[in-house]
Design a protein around this ligand. Structure first.
Ligand code: MSP
Length: 518
């Protein structure tokens, strides 16, 4: 694999980022960083979804223009992702000029192709979903099941997209590519939805929704926010519907994986795929639909007052690096399943895995090498060894999990290796070997562990880039080593560990301090 393009959903800016949004960005960042360790050329797109009636109404309530409102809130997402070290290549906003112009051209192209037509329509619109719902989607009380709100009756003459024309081709694609939708258990859900699919309205009358991208040759209509939003994945790269696209587009499209939440799978595996088919563009290789994050097993909602912002977690626990939160979120749920956040569990898990197991192991081993051998890896300490063989097996297993976007499962493998290395130290008790004068054996044990720690640093890097960087620095190891080049021999004979450099890479989170700060 030479190139790797990944995207996230773009977040609505009607509020501030919460840990559900953060979960998706962290998951994607971990996947992106892992594949950056395997590919020459990688690209990561994220951003914000800024048009639509919901934004228009909230801005009006606040007495500011929609653009001002978007500017304020988009910045909150940019700031949050910076605090979490989300290493995106590009942050797209759907109010970017380039995006708006390309969306208009895409719409025009679909009209010219005969895939978009005008049609009078009456339907039920939920502004929370930014989508028309049918009677059978509603609860017994006639409410949108996601937002528990009564949808508005909308009667307009709109443009419609011939979704039905692509129904059979999409079903065929899903059936012949069982790994297209990840996890595959969601594919049936999509096929069932496809059975009852109808053409969709892809514009709104400007007098009802003014905050949107105008249809080029019909100024009374604005383009439906989902068509606008979905197009971001190609407008960001510089797709040109009328001629030659940019170098970036030609290099990166199609995406290897598009990461989204399970609630918006229909939009991505049906609407988006149909648009791409209509534009004669190749389809993304995989769509990863992750599960939802609950708080203390409860759905996050403004009305329950349990919405947590990711930066408030970093502040509450007095964290100067986001690594523990990244690690916790990235391993919160098996691929595609729901996960949960709780303060207690967060503290317990990262203290156990990152501080006690991984951090301590490195610190103890480096300190012993300095104490017994002045930090010197002597030639006679290098040997073939079972633990090192196991580390290389773990690299293979981790790669395999990432091939299926199993981010939690890969983290488990890494921690298993850390546990095995800890057991190896306990079983071999290098401190006793030193005391008994078994100097060479002691040096071998410590060197084997440190060689394995270089592998662990590389493997944990996508989750914990700062901690991995600190580990690598103390070990004198190049953290940019590609996964294919990993060996257990990077610490050569004569390698010197600098004792001035040795310090804990991650301290246990101080629960008293954290509780006091809250
Ligand atoms: N703007 C649309 C996406 C357009 S993509 C072309 C949207 N925005 S959103 O802000 O509501 O959600 C953004 C992403 O965050 C979605 O993938 C959604 O599934 C995810 N999450 C929102 N709340 C979540 C949780 N509580 N847990 C995990 N992910 C959640 O939908």
């Amino acid at each position: 694999m030479n190139k790797f393009y990944t995207t996230t959903a773009i977040d609505y800016v009607n509020g501030a980022p919460h840990i559900g949004h953060a979960y998706e960005k962290i998951l994607t960042d971990v996947i992106y960083r892992h594949f950056t360790q395997r590919c020459q050329d990688t690209y990561f797109l994220t951003g914000t979804d800024e048009h639509g009636i919901k934004i228009q109404k909230t801005a009006a309530e606040k007495g500011i223009t929609p653009q001002e409102f978007c500017d304020i809130n988009a910045q909150k997402f940019i700031d949050a992702w910076k605090a979490l070290d989300i290493d995106y290549s590009q942050f797209i906003r759907t109010t970017d000029k380039q995006h708006e112009e390309i969306v208009q051209k895409i719409f025009k192209k679909l009209v010219e192709k005969g895939d978009i037509y005008k049609h009078a329509y009456k339907g039920l619109y939920c502004s929370g979903c930014e989508a028309f719902l049918s009677e059978k989607d509603l609860t017994e009380d006639g409410l949108c099941p996601n937002h528990m709100r009564k949808p508005e009756i909308v009667e307009e003459e709109n443009y419609f997209f011939k979704l039905t024309k692509y129904k059979d081709a999409i079903i065929k694609h899903i059936k012949t590519n069982p790994d297209f939708i990840v996890p595959s258990f969601r594919a049936n859900e999509v096929i069932n939805q496809l059975e009852n699919i109808e053409d969709i309205s892809v514009s709104r009358v400007k007098s009802n929704v003014s905050w949107g991208i105008p249809v080029l040759e019909d100024s009374q209509q604005v383009i439906y926010v989902w068509i606008d939003a979905l197009s971001n994945y190609i407008t960001a790269l510089g797709y040109n519907p009328d001629g030659e696209s940019s170098v970036e587009f030609n290099k990166y499209w199609p995406a290897e994986v598009q990461v989204i939440g399970k609630d918006i799978l229909k939009f991505h595996s049906i609407y988006w795929i149909a648009i791409l088919m209509a534009l004669d563009l190749p389809l993304p290789k995989h769509i990863l639909a992750h599960g939802w994050i609950t708080i203390d097993q409860t759905k996050m909602s403004k009305s329950l007052g349990n919405v947590i912002s990711p930066t408030s977690v970093l502040e509450a626990f007095n964290l100067d690096i986001p690594d523990p939160f990244r690690y916790y979120m990235a391993s919160a749920a098996p691929c595609g399943k729901d996960g949960n956040y709780s303060d207690e569990d967060f503290k317990e898990k990262v203290n156990a895995h990152l501080a006690n197991s991984m951090g301590n192991l490195l610190n103890r081993t480096l300190s012993m090498l300095v104490k017994y051998f002045e930090g010197d890896i002597r030639p006679e300490f290098l040997e073939e060894n079972e633990l090192k063989a196991q580390a290389l097996e773990t690299v293979k297993a981790v790669k395999h999990h990432f091939d299926y976007f199993e981010v939690q499962e890969a983290a488990q493998k890494i921690i298993e290796l850390v546990d095995t290395a800890n057991k190896y130290v306990t079983d071999n008790a290098p401190w006793s070997l030193a005391k008994d004068g078994q100097i060479e054996k002691c040096g071998k044990v410590l060197t084997n562990v440190l060689q394995v720690m270089t592998v662990i640093a590389s493997l944990i890097y996508p989750y914990c880039p700062n901690i991995a960087g600190a580990m690598a620095e103390q070990l004198g190891y190049d953290i940019n080593t590609k996964l294919d080049d990993i060996t257990c021999e990077s610490l050569k004979a004569g390698h010197l560990i600098d004792k001035e450099n040795i310090k804990p890479v991650f301290l246990r989170m101080d629960s008293e301090l954290a509780d006091k700060k809250k």
